[in-house]
Design a protein around this ligand. Sequence first.
Ligand code: GLY
Length: 340
Amino acid sequence: MPTRRDFLASSTAALAAASIPPHPQPAVQRAASRRARPTVIASSNGLRGVTLAYDQIIAGADTLDAIIAGVNIQELDPDDQSVGLGGLPNKDGVVQLDASCMHGPTKRAGAVGCLEDIATPSLVAKAIMDYTDHIMLVGDDARRFAIEMGFTPQNLLTEKTRQDWLRWRARLNAGDAYLDYDGDVDIKFTTGTINMNAVNSAGDLSSVTTTSGMGWKVPGRVGDSPIIGAGQYCDNSVGAAGSTGRGEANIKVCGGFLTVEFMRQGLAPQAACLKTLERVVAMTESRLLDERGRPTFNLEFYAVHKDGRYGAAALYSGSEFAVCDARGPRIEKSAFLYET
Ligand code: GLY
């Protein structure tokens, strides 16, 4: 089980040395474990992350520690505008982050919503899981908790992201007080995110999702990523699954949970992701459907079974995912419901 020392060691990129009190950890409840194929799956921006996480798992690290180390790479990368440092801000130019995680063997979960100034919300979600009797903290109080835990606040708005926000704002309304910017804004709208799920050789699973959410969102908006059962879900007796894309569509179907439930019913991971997407389409309001009844947004699911099988699917063709197992790290194509 992770000790205080382990937690601090795994968090050195984000945590200053802090006085964190010792805390009791629940015992791992392990069913008679069958051997599994160690596997880490993530959204396509997680290729470096799945490589690191897989290596750590093979070296004996806990699956949650390993995948959080994996997503930390993107959270701390100023060039990834979908998560953490450099993530796209809300409409007021403020970066607000969401994340959640689940640890299969101990049946624990943690989540944080609308967090400002802390680059690694995945680690804050884990700290909430490890050090409180709660599952989710939000907003200013979550920020204060993180700082008390030793996380260092910083400005998350990089110069590139600030320039994108200024250009987006300048194109908002032709008649407003800002002169129109007539060049391209590379990123007009995004729901970029990183989700990562892993299983080790003992069949123990974990999942994590972290994001800066929808670019230019209404301040205070919380997406699917910090919602346990939507942005990610993990049941140590079945598998783990998570999502990227339009969070509002995922929240309504509890997509992480639903995908794991479909695996519990016997579907393979890819088939489970596709069946969840069919539910998403069925639950889409008419204003978000095109003339052919197809959603006007994309949404992706990623899943790993307890035995190491994995799969991913998106609403539209062209999506990819990252995976690492004994065959090494690679990008594969996701299944899909519709050709673009
Ligand atoms: N799936 C990320 C978000 O909608 O916030």
